[in-house]
Structures are given as C-alpha cells and as structure tokens.
Design a protein around this ligand. Structure first.
Ligand code: DC
Length: 233
C-alpha cells in the first residue's frame, strides 16, 4: 500500500492538530506538529536571551540555528511531546511567553529554511500527517492530500478562550479575539512562506461542525485519496 503525505494547513486555533492526531491514530501514520518546532526555536531563543522587548537578536540566533535539534517522543499514553536538544519541553512551549514571541520567530527566513529541511527529512518516507501553515505550499508541494482548515475568527477565539479557562486562566474574550486576529495577520502577511491555501488544497470550514463530523470528513478524504493512489499503482 502506498504511503502518502497528508499536509494540513490553516489558521490558528481551528483544531488542525486535534484532527491530524485523530487521523494519525486511526491510520498508524506519524503525526508531525510543525508549530511545535517553531515554538521550540522560540523557547531556545528566549532562554539564550536573544529576545528582548519584542526585538530579536537575529545574528546570534543565526549563529546557533544548527545547534537546535528538535525531535518528538511519545509518553506511555501515546501522547506526543516535543524534545529540544534532549529535553522534554512540551509544557514550556505551550506557555504564554513562547506564544507571544513565536509569530516573529517563525517569520525569519533562516529559521524557516532550517525547519523546512528538517520537516522534509522527517517526511521523506511518507506515511506522515504534518500540520502547520506552509506544508502544502512550501514543505511538501507534491503531497498527495492537502487540506486547508479554517473557521470564523469569533469561533476560533471562543475555542481558545474555553481552552484557557479550562487551564485555570481568566482571559478577557476581547483579548483572545485580538490575539487571534493579530496572529492571522502576521502569519498571512510575512514575506517568507506566508499562510495561504495551496491551489490544490481541499478547504474545510469547521465553524459549525462537531469533532466527530470533522474527523469523519477527514477520514473520508483520506480514504478517497488512498483508493485513487492504489488504482494508479
Ligand atoms: O500551530 P501553532 O499555533 O502551534 O504555531 C505556532 C506559530 O508557528 C504560529 O504563529 C504560526 C507558526 N507556524 C508557521 O509559521 N509555520 C508552520 N508550518 C507552523 C507554525
């Protein structure tokens, strides 16, 4: 059976990773969270003192970019975690400090080049589901299945808000909505690999879908493309 590459791109907080992980569990494919890789680079830069008052010391980061090794591990429950130079940094990369600086870090050309090389290496054997912003456009433009997921700003902000409240935080909905809008703007206006739908991507607006409906929709797209590839083999 041919092992395909599935590229899932889309806006922040639209449930890409949940859908991608569910499909990976059902198909036995490997899931790669490329946002976690940009987050790990951001954590490295913060720890080394390369980010001050929203200004990034790009030259220092450039000198060290090849020292940043990012891999993934799995805990006993099968949950994936991110490893930065041998250390499990999964919790730290999801915190506010990293979230506030990751968009500008991910807009730096040499950071994107280094991550793209790694992502292509990880996906070289196929049987991979990779989510991010530029997987179908830049990392794997020949991926057999490309999905672009979106949902309305308000619904994405509401999902993020609920997540933060569940974690015990007390955010203001207006602030969460503002952050969603800002991230959308930075992600889609940067000069290198901006977030955009690949011409051949299938769009899913999941604003009014349940988890089950989204997962079923994605499984059906996978089965269609798999049978099309088998017919061709
Ligand atoms: O998916 P996420 O929120 O964990 O992504 C974190 C940041 O990384 C987000 O600001 C967009 C950026 N990113 C990117 O530029 N390219 C990717 N392939 C994945 C994420």
């Amino acid at each position: 059976m041919k092992k395909i590459i599935i590229a899932i791109d889309g806006h922040s907080s639209c449930g890409k990773s949940t859908m991608a992980k569910t499909l990976a569990a059902k198909t036995g494919y490997t899931y790669i969270d490329t946002g976690a890789m940009y987050r790990a680079v951001t954590l490295y830069a913060l720890r080394r003192g390369f980010i001050h008052d929203n200004t990034i010391d790009e030259e220092s980061l450039r000198k060290e970019i090849n020292n940043i090794k990012i891999t993934f591990g799995k805990d006993s429950d099968g949950r994936q975690y991110t490893i930065l130079n041998g250390e499990n940094v999964e919790n730290e990369i999801r915190g506010m400090e990293v979230s506030n600086s990751v968009s500008p870090i991910s807009a730096i050309g040499f950071v994107r080049e280094a991550m793209t090389v790694e992502q292509r290496r990880m996906g070289a054997e196929g049987a991979i589901i990779m989510d991010g912003r530029d997987i179908g456009t830049t990392v794997f433009p020949d991926a057999e299945l490309k999905i672009f997921i979106t949902a309305s700003e308000e619904i994405r902000a509401r999902r993020r808000y609920d997540e933060l409240v569940q974690k015990g935080e007390q955010p203001k909905f207006e602030d969460v909505l503002k952050n969603v809008r800002e991230r959308d703007y930075i992600d889609s206006h940067r000069s290198v690999s901006p977030l955009r739908k690949a011409d051949d991507a299938i769009v899913l607006d999941n604003s009014h879908m349940t988890f089950e409906e989204q997962n079923e929709w994605l499984m059906n797209r996978y089965l269609e493309i798999k049978s099309a590839n088998e017919d061709r083999d």
